[in-house]
Design a binder for this molecule. Structure first.
Ligand code: PBG
Length: 336
């Protein structure tokens, strides 16, 4: 019998993987329930929760059910929510005027949630897509072939003030118009809301992964069926430098937190933004990222709990301080 094969190695990284307790000592990234922001969909009326077909386990909630969900999240130590309204079609118009009503759905939802769970961080989107018949994030020019940047920013700034007045902790411009963060900051300060923060969707890519979300809020029209594409304001997935430019501009304009969206397919962007700003970074694991994990799990092709955890660890490891994810509640439960 020849001697068993032996390597003369001074470095054996496997030594620290030998036992669970050694592995825990050298673990570099840990998820906490407090890392997550739960995106929640709200609808009018008192109806039962409606499940979104392409997002199993995600529901459109009445305000009463939304409040219950927020209490449940808070108990699980998931301490932040981002609210998205799905409006009745009859409330939508070309200009999205419903967005500037004090009594619009999302503002009533914010007031109800803040009353019930005052310490919960409440975030609202600043963008017109739930409010416009065409589903774009802003208002169109006369020819209907462009979203008018500056006029849209004027409306968004007013929207942010209404949200601040309703009690949100952070307003989150998700529209990708130029100069909106600076304009929102100025308008909030002038209205006496210097304490309301801005979570800027800074590097928001024009992504196919938003499909299920557009079903959830009914903004699918803008996905490219009209002459105008969201590619005229959301970023080209091919571009890295431009993402850094957007993040730098938003930080300089006064964003308190910069966001990269989607998250999983853009880990390189998260990492590079991390290297260039001292602001906290948020990443949004979007509807399509959620849907693909759920779909594979339903087919029995992936283990749901493990894939979910790994997808989120990867985002945090890349440099995100906080993650918007439809798995927030599941993670709160899993991490108990
Ligand atoms: C729009 C908005 C979108 C999402 C959040 N805010 C979609 C879009 O730009 O069409 C997507 C979130 C998701 O896919 O989970 N203002």
């Amino acid at each position: 019998m020849p001697d068993p094969f032996k390597l003369d190695l001074s470095q054996r990284p496997r030594r620290l993987r030998r036992t669970a307790s050694l592995r825990a000592l050298v673990e570099e990234t840990v998820l906490r329930p407090q890392d997550f922001i739960a995106p929640l969909f709200v609808v009018e009326g008192k109806g039962a929760p409606e499940e979104i077909a392409s997002m199993p386990g995600v529901f459109r909630l009445s305000i009463a059910d939304l409040v219950k969900e927020c209490r449940a999240l808070w108990k699980l130590k998931v301490q932040a929510v981002a609210l998205f309204p799905k409006l009745d079609a009859k409330l939508k118009d070309e200009e999205g005027t419903q967005a500037l009503s004090e009594e619009t759905l999302v503002l009533r939802a914010v007031r109800a949630v803040k009353k019930a769970v005052p310490e919960l961080t409440v975030i609202t989107d600043v963008a017109l897509d739930p409010y416009t018949t065409h589903g774009h994030d802003g208002v169109l020019n006369a020819a209907g072939d462009d979203v008018e940047n500056d006029r849209t920013v004027g409306i968004l700034a007013k929207m942010a003030v209404l949200q601040a007045r309703a009690g949100v902790d952070l307003v989150a411009p998700s529209d990708m118009m130029d100069g909106r963060v600076g304009a929102i900051r100025k308008t909030l300060d002038a209205a006496g809301f210097s304490g309301t923060g801005i979570l800027a969707y800074s590097a928001k890519f024009n992504s196919a992964y938003y499909g299920p979300f557009r079903e959830a809020v009914g903004s699918a029209q803008a996905a490219g069926t009209r002459l105008l594409s969201k590619a005229t304001y959301q970023m080209n997935p091919a571009n890295r430098r431009e993402a850094l430019l957007e993040a730098t501009l938003d930080a300089a304009e006064g964003a308190d937190i910069v966001m990269v969206k989607p998250a999983g397919p853009y880990l390189d962007i998260i990492r590079e933004v991390r290297g260039r700003t001292h602001k906290p970074i948020a990443a949004y694991q979007v509807s399509g990222e959620y849907a693909q994990i759920q779909a594979a799990a339903r087919l029995g092709w992936l283990d749901l709990a493990r894939t979910r955890h790994e997808s989120l660890i990867a985002i945090k490891r890349a440099g995100a301080d906080m993650i918007l994810t439809y798995f927030a509640k599941d993670m709160g439960q899993a991490l108990r």
